[in-house]
Design a protein around this ligand. Structure first.
Ligand code: ADP
Ligand code: ZN
Length: 715
């Protein structure tokens, strides 16, 4: 067998959906619901799939498309993405095409021909194109296995991304009543869900609602003070990874990017007012890992399919939980660990409130309520993921263990008296003083401002002497967050009574506070996570190789292999094509295309480690292999490595058994081989015990020859 054959070994026949998952995508297992969805679609039933971003919707229609006769027509609004999606399918060895108006007449005719001949399994098309008369004529000529409607929420005017063209899609059912439809979306709410089924004219659809939990996203909230230094610390802990920093304004995307560039980071900015060319270029650079840090407004992300976004930072708090969840959802689509950080400050809340009251939308009340829920998330002293999921009506029975609250549980104490002291000082100063002055008054300071205002005369002057300034500040922040105190942004930031104030002062309402030491800390500590340990030097080398190959092929790096796949590879360190097959995400096509390069990289790495005196598993054989590949003989290798020739021969036999292209037979002459084989027939051989054989042959052949011939009998 030659090396190339090893990369294209005969495959068992494909029967079950799981066989397709393994061969084309390189995954061993379906994720929850995927298989049920595939089977539902295969049974010919209309199917509605609600799954979060990164949940794995694609295989839900791509595997049925592979298994059913005919072409699966995929309707997607994201024209800009189609090319990458089709490219990714090709990389997996799946024949696919997209159809759009930038193509020449000839290109389109070729695609049509290939569809008619059954050479294409998936055809991507925008709704506008799909609904043209000429396209319909074409559709009537081919066998359609399935319609897959991606981003199906675009059909609903309830959804946040309504596209009028989508509402016409019901004609598909009218013209092709027997072709099953699968609609997929990451939007969960009930209204949209019912709307989708109805407007597509789906026939008693099977509905699958996957959990919206994304356990690989860590959640963290940091105080919105000194954001830049905090961000820089975060970025320094994540060198060479891609991420997005969401900012509220276009201006802040630009200034933040500039500041980060000054500090030597590869940052760029993105917002809706940029020139379309620049925008496309910036986006492309990010997809290709040329730009790592994207400072962007929320305009960035819709349709960003990049799977290796490792972190999302919110420079400002989003205005509701839906937006927040969608934005952090762009991280970690490959399923590997990803970090999300939200900077939270009251000033942001105030800005939104101002914006809302100025524009006075019809649903002002609703929007304010949503803002409040967002704020509650940021203030929470209980598991943040439970709060998020409960917002989407999903129950997470146990705290998640992957948010800052779970990692660093808060201890609360009865802070009612503290709250009363602060409120009473606020009331007695006529709700006119800002925070710092109020704290001075509470602590009995003799500062100029205190004395000038005559505040040393108020009854609560000095009532809070026992606490440090910083402690007071922290408690007042907490009291603001829970609504006991309010900041009058329009009155020079004076503190005044919040909605809960009267209850605290007069009705004995109890207030729980968290000790400052337990509150979120601005200092970013280095926590060694599982991921970081997995991302060793080998991972970095594999990533560099991926980038090189991606640039050569002109595709985004994650299309070659995802971060999860590289992590798995770095962990398993496969050195043979078969072992590489066991890495999650290595399907047959990618094995053929890239297997050799990645194996060489791993072997080279292991060799370096061995030379540096380490003993990684399988390493010594690989060093021998490397020297052998340089053309050295067994004796030369033995001399170089100061090992016996017998050991080296043993390595070569093991390597050949593992599938490496080593012609053991060429290392012994036919005469030697025959004679040794005869001797083996007489005295037999035992693994690792060749002495009887050596003696029987009167020492005429050294151990390396014996090992080689013995090995040949086992190959
Ligand atoms: P969605 O369209 O729902 O956002 P994708 O279909 O793009 O998600 O899948 C997200 C990532 O998960 C992709 O990298 C995909 O290859 C991977 N993936 C999908 N199914 C599986 C599976 N069964 N096992 C491992 N990874 C999977
Ligand atoms: Zn948690």
């Amino acid at each position: 067998m030659t090396t190339t054959d090893l990369f294209t070994a005969d495959q068992p026949s494909l029967r079950e959906p799981a066989d397709y998952l393994k061969r084309y995508y390189g995954y061993d297992r379906f994720r929850p619901m995927q298989e049920d969805i595939v089977r539902s679609v295969l049974s010919g039933r209309d199917t509605l799939v609600l799954m979060p971003t990164g949940g794995g919707k694609s295989v839900c229609f791509q595997i049925p498309a592979l298994m059913m006769p005919g072409v699966c027509v995929v309707v997607s609004p994201l024209i800009a993405l189609m090319k990458d999606q089709v490219e990714a399918l090709h990389m997996n060895g799946i024949s696919a095409a997209y159809y759009n108006s930038t193509q020449s007449g000839k290109e389109q005719r070729d695609i049509e021909d290939n569809c008619v001949k059954g050479k294409i399994k998936l055809l991507y098309v925008s709704p506008e194109k799909l609904l043209t008369e000429s396209f319909f004529v074409f559709l009537k000529r081919i066998t359609i296995s399935l319609f897959a409607i991606d981003e199906a929420h675009c059909i609903s005017s309830w959804g946040h991304d309504f596209r009028p063209e989508y509402t016409q899609l019901h004609v598909l059912k009218e013209h092709f009543p027997t072709v099953p439809t699968v609609a997929l979306t990451a939007t969960a709410d009930k209204l949209t869900r019912n709307d989708i089924a109805q407007r597509l004219g789906m026939n008693d659809p099977a509905v699958f609602i996957a959990s919206f939990n994304r356990p690989n996203l860590s959640l963290k909230v940091l105080p919105g003070t000194n954001r830049l230094p905090q961000i820089i610390k975060l970025l320094q802990q994540k060198p060479d990874t891609s991420g997005i920093i969401y900012c509220l304004s276009r201006k802040s995307t630009e200034s933040l990017a500039a500041k980060l560039q000054e500090k030597g980071f590869k940052a760029a900015f993105y917002h809706a007012k940029m020139d379309p060319d620049d925008r496309a270029k910036t986006q492309e650079a990010f997809l290709r890992d040329d730009v790592r840090i994207m400072c962007a407004t929320i305009a960035f992300g819709m349709g960003i399919d990049k799977s290796n976004v490792r972190w999302v930072i919110h420079y400002n708090m989003p205005k509701n939980i839906e937006s927040f969840y969608q934005e952090i959802g762009r991280a970690g689509r490959d399923g590997a660990e990803a970090q999300t950080v939200l900077f939270y400050s009251f000033a942001d809340v105030a800005t939104y409130k101002d914006m809302l009251s100025e524009s006075a939308p019809a649903n002002l009340g609703l929007q304010l309520a949503k803002l409040e829920r967002m704020q509650q998330y940021a203030d929470a002293h209980t598991c943040r993921r439970q709060i998020l999921l409960s917002y989407f009506s999903e129950d997470l029975p146990e705290p998640c263990g992957n948010c800052d609250v779970c990692r660093d549980p808060r201890v609360t104490f009865d802070g009612t008296i503290l709250a009363q002291k602060a409120l009473s000082a606020i009331v007695r100063t006529g709700e006119r003083v800002p925070m710092n002055l109020l704290i001075d008054i509470l602590r009995g300071s003799r500062s100029q401002a205190v004395l000038q205002g005559g505040y040393d005369q108020v009854k609560t002057y000095g009532a809070g002497r026992d606490l440090r300034f910083e402690e007071w500040r922290n408690y007042i922040h907490q009291l603001i967050n829970i609504g006991v105190i309010e900041i009058a942004y329009d009155q020079h930031y004076a503190l005044r009574r919040g909605i809960l104030a009267d209850q605290v002062l007069f009705s004995g309402r109890k207030i729980d506070l968290v000790r400052p030491d337990d509150a979120p800390k601005p200092v970013v500590e280095k926590v060694k996570t599982k991921t970081e340990t997995q991302r060793d030097d080998l991972f970095e080398r594999l990533r560099a190789l991926r980038k090189k190959l991606a640039d050569e092929q002109n595709v985004p790096p994650y299309v070659i292999f995802t971060d999860t796949t590289l992590e798995d590879m770095a962990r398993q360190r496969p050195t043979t094509p078969d072992a590489l097959r066991n890495v999650s995400g290595v399907g047959e096509r990618k094995l053929q295309l890239f297997g050799k390069q990645f194996l060489d990289e791993i072997v080279g790495y292991v060799r370096g480690r061995v030379n540096a005196g380490e003993k990684p598993k399988g390493g010594t054989q690989l060093v021998t292999l490397n020297l052998y590949n340089q053309g050295m003989t067994i004796d030369e290798i033995a001399a170089e490595r100061q090992l016996t020739a017998g050991s080296i021969a043993g390595h070569l036999v093991q390597l050949a058994k593992a599938g490496y292209d080593i012609d053991i037979a060429s290392l012994v002459s036919p005469f030697e081989r025959t004679e040794i084989e005869r001797a083996i027939a007489v005295v037999g051989m035992e693994e690792g015990r060749l002495k009887p054989l050596f003696d029987y042959l009167g020492g005429r052949y050294d151990y390396s020859k014996l090992t080689l011939v013995a090995g040949l009998l086992q190959l």
